[in-house]
Ligand binder design. Structure first.
Ligand code: ADE
Length: 247
């Protein structure tokens, strides 16, 4: 089955962009996903083809028009797929949400530009989910859409080499992933930790789990707190099970 991505944008030439090379590019040529950028301006109705206007109440910049965006969306949405609007005002994207989207028929993505989108679009089309990829401001939703699609595409069946290679990754276990090493065994006087060269798989798993916990605690206290909270509340829950399997 092909995962269908329709992207509503003022810059259709940005797609597939970086998704046209490497893993995602190969998956695109293999028909595992499709990429359909739609030019929002084609749905403008006035003689200037305007897609934006000045903010009601005053202020800087321009606001995307609800009527033009609704017409573009109504004509182009992927049937049965979620509709996302990329905006820093959205709900933060998570690996969990990415997994659900990737397991469905596709996604319709609306890329915001300028100061934002007329709020009435969200009221009139309540299926639209505003999504943010992080607490920083991009120049438009297109690069955020590329991030979201990249995260989905790598999870599509047959796209990543080894079917299990995602299981231990950061966020899938509620922890950051453990650190990696490869040859040469010694580089600038630094050697690969002895345990990783021991061939003792139980010891290696225990070491990796410990390293993942240390790094999560130091770098992502927010994730660590949630992880510990889940462990204390439900010792037989999913997190506890995953941890047991690794030791
Ligand atoms: N558009 C601008 N900034 C964004 C962000 N952080 N996430 C999603 N869309 C955006």
């Amino acid at each position: 089955m092909t995962f269908a991505a329709t992207i509503l944008t003022l810059y259709p030439e940005m797609f597939p962009g970086p998704l046209g090379v490497s893993l995602a590019g190969r998956a695109l040529s293999d028909g595992k996903w499709s990429c359909r950028p739609v030019q929002i301006r084609e749905f403008a109705t006035d003689k200037h083809r305007s897609v934006d206007d000045t903010p009601a109440g005053g202020g800087v910049g321009m606001v995307m028009r609800a009527d033009v965006l609704a017409a573009a969306l109504d004509a182009s949405a992927v049937p049965g797929a979620p509709v996302l609007a990329m905006t820093p005002r959205g709900k933060p994207l998570t690996q969990e949400r990415v997994r659900v989207i990737a397991s469905g028929p596709g996604v319709t993505i609306l890329c915001g530009r300028f100061e934002g989108i007329d709020e009435r679009l969200y009221e009139g089309r309540p299926q639209i989910e505003p999504v943010s990829i992080g607490d920083y401001i991009l120049s438009g939703g297109e690069t955020a859409a590329i991030v979201l699609l990249d995260a989905c595409i790598r999870l599509l069946p047959g796209v990543m080499g080894a079917p299990d290679s995602g299981e231990d990754e950061s966020f899938e276990t509620g922890l950051l992933e453990y650190p990696h090493y490869t040859r040469p065994v010694e580089w600038e006087g630094r050697t690969i930790p002895e345990v990783l060269r021991s061939g003792d798989h139980a010891k290696i798993a225990a070491w990796r789990k410990n390293q993942a916990e240390i790094d999560t605690r130091l770098r992502r206290p927010d994730l660590w707190e949630r992880h510990e909270g889940a462990r204390v509340q439900s010792p037989s829950g999913a997190h506890a099970k995953k941890r047991d399997q690794r030791t």
